[in-house]
Ligand binder design. Structure first.
Ligand SMILES: [Cu+2]
Length: 128
């Protein structure tokens, strides 16, 4: 919990710095010198009523995602056994976690919550 709060504060601090630098650089055109690192795509998953929705998540092998789980009212897991993914979802309301799909992964794999029998879906992995 403390680590998560610390992360939230770090993100808040980063956002603050970004806003500050955006204001300070008003005389210069948008900086195009350094390409920003590839933006991770956000995958949204609701945990409303202890069911994951949508039940199909489309991802691409080798890509990283920000998995944003919303409507959390009690602890869950986001588990994909073949990928070795087992994220503990402990924050109330919304939790964002990194999900990286290995480049060699492909096909359909079940994802599920190990705490709720009927809570799960299918991760559909496309080739890049
Ligand atoms: Cu659950």
């Amino acid at each position: 919990m403390i680590a998560i709060k610390g992360l939230a504060m770090a993100i808040a601090a980063t956002v603050g710095v970004l806003i500050l630098s955006a204001c300070g650089g008003s005389e210069q055109p948008a900086s195009t010198g350094t390409p920003s690192p590839a933006q991770a795509t956000t995958l949204r998953l609701s945990a409303l009523a202890n069911k994951y929705s949508p039940t199909v998540l489309d991802v691409v092998a080798g890509k990283s995602y920000q998995l944003e789980i919303t409507d959390i009212t009690e602890p869950h897991t986001f588990t994909v056994t073949p990928l070795g993914v087992n994220i503990f979802v402990s924050q109330m309301r919304t939790q964002t976690s990194n999900l990286t799909v290995p480049p060699t992964a492909q096909g359909e794999m079940p994802f599920f919550c190990s705490l709720h029998v009927d809570m799960g879906g299918t991760l559909r992995i496309q080739k890049p």
